[in-house]
Every structure is written in C-alpha cells, then in structure tokens.
Design a protein around this ligand. Structure first.
Ligand code: HAS
Ligand code: CU
Length: 559
C-alpha cells in the first residue's frame, strides 16, 4: 500500500504543497539565472539594471520564503501523518492554512512583479530581507502576514494531530518524525514573533502612512531576531529527511535516534539568540552583545557537527549492509544512481562546505572582510540553495510516487539531475565566495565599478564572472530537468506498472529507549529557549526602545 491509499486526503495536501513549492522554485530559479547573466555582464537583455532589484526580490522571496515553506509543509504533513499513523484531524482546517499561505504568497508575488510593469500602482523592491528604510506597497506586507499566519496554523494542525495521538498513546515516546516537526514549529513560533511585530507594528502602518517614520535599527533588529532562525526553518526539514529517510535510501538504519532528538532540541535552544551575527557592522548595538551572539553561534555549530557524524555513520552502515568493505570501500557500494539518495548526499557534501563558510561569517572580525560581498550569496546558495533545495528535490523523487500512486517517470533524467545541480552550484558558489574575497559587492546590478580593480587571490574577475554565469545557467537546466520528472510523474498516470516505492522506514540502530525521557519534555525546552533569548536580547532591545519606539538609534548601554 502506498501512502496515497492510506491517507488520500493528506496525500492531496502534500501534493499541492509540493506543487506550489516546485512551481515557485521554477519561477524563482529563472529569475536567478537572469540575475547571474546580468550582473556578470554576460547577457543584459532580459531586464534593465533598474528592474534587476525587482527580479532579485522575486528570486529571494519565491525561493527563500515561498518554496522552502511550502516544501516544509508538504514534508511535515507527510511525516506527521505517517509517523503517528493517523490523518490530520480536520481536512477543512488543513485546507484553510494551505489557502491562506497560498493567498499570501500570491499577493506578495504579484506586488513584487508589479515593479516590472510601470503602469501598475504597486511594487515591492525591498529584497527578501525587506527591512527599513526600504519600503514596499502595503499589499506586500499584508501578503506576508497571511503567509506567516498560515504557517502558524499549519503548526497548530500538526500539534492537534499529535495531541490526538497522545490521548490514545499515553506514556509513549513521541515518534521521531513528529518530534522533529513539533520542535521545528516551536522554534518557528518563538522566532517568527520578531517579524510579526516588525511588520504589524512598524512596516505596515508606515507603508500605509499611519506613522511617519520607523527606527531602522529597531526594525532591522526585529528582522534578524527572526532572520537567523528562519534559516533553520529551511534546514530542519532537510535534516528531517537526512535522519529519517536517507539511512533507508542508503540501505541501512539511522545510527542514533537519541542524538537526532538532542540535535533538534539544540536548534530550539540556540537558533534565536544569535541574530546579531547579521548585524556586526550595525552601530547602536553594544559590542558585548555582538560577542555573546558570536559565542552562541559557535555553539550552534554543534548540532550540525553532530548531524554530520550521525548521518554519515548511518550512510556508512547502509554501505556496509550493501556489501561495502574496508575503510572507504563502503562508499562505492552506495546507490549513486538512485536520485533520491544522490540528491541528499550531494546536498550534505555541499552543506559541509557551506557550514565552513558560515563559520567564517560568524567570526566577528573576519565578518568585516566578507559582509555585504558576494561571499554571502556564495554561502547561502550552498546552505538554503543546496542543503535545503536539493534535499527537498531529492525527497520529491522518493515521495511523488507515494503521494500520487504513479511510477517515477524519466528516470534517466532523474538520475543525472542531482549531479547537474551539484556541478552548477560548485561553479557558481565557489566563484561567488572567491569574488567576495576580492571585494565584489552583493545585491547590485552593476558590480563592475570601473575605477576599482578587484584582485582575486587566484584567478581573475572575468574568469569568476564566467563561472558564475555558467554555473547559474547549469542550475537552471537542473531545475527544468527536475520539473519535467516531477510533473511527468504526477500527470503521467500509473500506467500498467504497479511498481511502488517501499515506503516503510526501518527502526534506528539505537532507538528512543536509549535516551532520557526528558528530551521529549517540549515545555521545558521551550522555557529554556525563552530564557536564553531574554538574556541575549533583553538589554539591547530595551535600549533600542527606551528613547521612544520610533526614534532612530539607541542611547549607549554600558556593555
Ligand atoms: Fe548562514 C548569512 C552564519 C548556516 C543561510 N546565512 C546567511 C544568509 C543566509 C544564510 C540566507 O554568522 C544571508 C542573509 C542575508 O541576506 O544577509 N550560517 C552561519 C552559520 C551556520 C549557517 C554559523 N546559513 C546557514 C544555513 C542556512 C543559512 C543552514 C540556510 C539554510 N550566515 C552566518 C552568518 C551570516 C550568514 C554570520 C551573516 C553574514 C553577513 O555578514 O551578512 C551554521 O549553522 C553552519 C553549520 C554547518 C556545519 C556543517 C556540518 C556538515 C554536515 C554535512 C554532513 C554530510 C553529509 C554527506 C550528510 C558545521 C551536516 C555525507 C556524504 C558522504 C559521501 C558520506
Ligand atoms: Cu545567521
């Protein structure tokens, strides 16, 4: 029996979420290629340099916010219903949050694209970080509100399914996939309050003309309070796949369920009190609190380092189960021609590199070297653009047959697609990192600054530009291949072929019985997370608002 037979209504919701995710990925990816060609000067015929920022905003919002959140909603709906073995409690409620998120996305996307049509009265060229002093049409913020409230309700839906299960299963450990979903959503509730306050109390009234000015530093701080944890909102669903599906795809079992739980708890505790690492250069935030944020960020490497260990150990176990021997021989016996497996593992390999560039970003002093340069987009195309995006695509290869009941189509395209992505990203991201070190700025349509000569440590600027343009184009090709496979599978019908994916997930080598029960005490961990946030943010926020909510800057505080 496939998932679609057991949970037909939920399978439909998973399909729709994934469909919205991948359509956004297609449009956002097209924008990405246009930018790569434009800013490298290879082809400037698509848009003018003035419209570049509209396209860039569309790219960021559609990919970093819309694609990721819908993919997460699809994966989490699947994971909760599968692991609790019960459908979501109310299909109408489920449709409600899906529709709200979709409506919000459409309003925001149309407002952004209005920037390309001079006769349209609305636009939102504010980039995906949308903080002041840039201002969008009110519709953009209203779209965001719908979108975020929709995501909150999705979490309520998953919690309700869990509470229903809990009533029937008192005293049992929370199934791992549901545990991961609930912890991720708790992290999301705590952190998205920042952006909710920013938008509802400041940006929206300001764009409506109800208040004259906002304090840019305060709104930036509220944004980054949310802006770091949001990256784990993109990463944790990828980890959810690496921990629960990838071991099986490798031919083995998860090495340790307790370690997986510890990792997710660490994310809940540490994702938020680090936001200042995006504001190292902002004046008005006390250096001491930037230092605390840096220290917390370094601790926050731990869950990812633990993940590297646990996931690789699980893959190795799989390789050995498949007959691989010797110190590295197990690598050869892994199913490299299986697109779901290859996608996840290539995503993991790239994330190892992205994690290292993250460590460099996080160092308070080294950050000055790379801040606002092309290094930063290099970093996040390895993280959200590959660790998350390629994993979600890989998960699609495995899930689509289960949620549609159809066999995977165009298998040979699927087999090469993760490698195409990997090659494109290697070219683009590596060159972006190097160009950033040479001082090339991010977020500009005209990065050439003719009076300035950018010196790469190795190689030349024109070679880097070429690599970025070629890499960006290969990535778009990878995306088109993906969409052909996925929508081909969905609409290809089941044919005569009854071949179905074996959808069971094997038990971990070390199960939840090996970990203390306190790990499942979600109230406790949420409380600790809130205390840590109060310590990291209390004083600086108080200083920011003590001279009036709308007054710019903050009086110095003695740290
Ligand atoms: Fe970041 C900027 C620091 C992770 C995304 N980051 C950004 C921005 C984005 C972003 C979008 O401290 C730009 C925002 C903007 O527009 O201004 N980041 C970090 C650190 C981490 C990190 C310390 N970032 C992420 C993730 C993201 C993401 C995850 C999205 C999903 N980042 C920063 C800082 C800045 C920043 C500063 C501000 C820069 C500035 O000045 O503007 C860490 O979480 C990274 C930890 C990761 C590791 C890697 C572990 C390796 C693993 C791989 C396992 C291997 C496998 C494969 C499975 C330590 C888990 C096995 C293969 C076999 C063959 C066996
Ligand atoms: Cu960050």
């Amino acid at each position: 029996m496939a998932y679609v037979d057991d949970f037909p209504t939920d399978a439909r919701i998973v399909r729709w979420n994934m469909a919205v995710a991948f359509i956004s990925l297609g449009i956002g990816g097209l924008f990405g290629m246009i930018q790569a060609l434009h800013r490298t000067g290879i082809f400037r015929g698509f848009v003018s340099s003035a419209d570049y920022y509209t396209v860039l905003t569309g790219h960021g919002v559609l990919l970093a916010l819309v694609f990721t959140t819908f993919a997460l909603s699809g994966l989490f709906t699947w994971g909760v219903t599968r692991s609790l073995d019960r459908p979501l409690p109310s299909p109408r409620f489920t449709m409600g949050w899906f529709a709200l998120m979709l409506l919000g996305s459409i309003i925001a996307a149309v407002t952004i694209l209005g920037g390309l049509v001079p006769s349209m009265p609305f636009k939102a060229d504010v980039l995906f970080t949308f903080y002041a002093p840039m201002q969008a049409h009110p519709a953009f913020y209203i779209g965001l509100v719908f979108f975020v409230v929709g995501s909150w309700l999705a979490g309520v839906d998953w919690f309700r399914a869990y509470w229903g299960w809990r009533k029937d299963n008192p005293g049992e450990r929370i199934p791992l996939q549901t545990f991961m979903v609930l912890v991720t959503m708790l992290m999301w509730y705590i952190s998205s309050i920042g952006v909710a306050v920013e938008v509802l109390f400041f940006l929206l009234p300001w764009s409506l003309g109800l208040i004259e000015a906002v304090d840019p530093l305060l709104t930036r701080t509220l944004f980054w309070y949310f802006g770091h944890p949001v990256v784990y909102f993109w990463l944790m669903p990828a980890y959810f796949i690496w921990y629960t599906v990838l071991p099986k795809l490798s031919g083995g079992r998860l090495f340790s369920d307790p370690l997986a739980r510890v990792v997710f708890i660490l994310f809940l505790l540490l994702s938020t009190p680090v936001g200042f690492h995006h504001q190292y250069v902002d004046p008005g935030i006390p250096e001491g609190f930037k230092f605390i944020a840096m220290t917390n960020t370094m601790f926050l490497l731990l869950p990812s380092l633990l993940t590297a260990f646990t996931v690789v150990a699980s893959i190795e176990h799989g390789g050995r189960q498949r007959g691989g021997e010797g110190r590295l021989g197990w690598l050869r016996s892994l199913p490299w021609d299986e697109p779901a497996f290859a996608g996840c593992v290539l995503a993991g390999l790239m994330f190892a590199a992205g994690g290292f560039s993250g460590m460099i970003n996080a160092g308070m002093n080294i950050n000055y070297l790379i801040h606002n340069t092309l290094w930063v987009p290099g970093h996040f195309h390895l993280t959200v653009g590959t660790a998350s995006a390629l994993t979600f695509m890989a998960a699609g290869y495995w899930l689509f047959p289960q949620i549609t009941g159809n066999r995977l189509r165009f298998r040979s395209l699927a087999t090469i697609q993760p490698y195409v992505w990997f090659i494109g990203m290697t070219l683009m991201s590596n060159a972006m990192h190097r160009a950033g070190l040479a001082g090339v700025p991010r977020r500009t349509a005209e990065p050439q600054y003719d009076a300035v000569s950018f010196q790469g440590v190795v190689g030349g600027i024109s070679e880097m530009r070429l690599q970025i343009a070629i890499g960006g184009t290969i990535l778009f090709i990878g995306l088109v291949l993906y969409l052909i496979v996925i929508f081909g599978t969905w609409f290809g019908g089941s044919g005569n072929d009854t071949l179905r994916v074996n959808s069971s997930l094997p038990a971990p080598l070390s199960g939840p019985e090996h970990s203390p029960k306190i790990l499942d005490n979600l109230k406790l961990w949420t409380a600790v997370a809130i205390v840590l946030i109060a310590l990291a943010y209390g004083l600086p926020l108080w200083a920011l608002v003590s001279d009036g909510l709308l007054a710019p800057g903050s009086p110095p505080i003695p740290v």
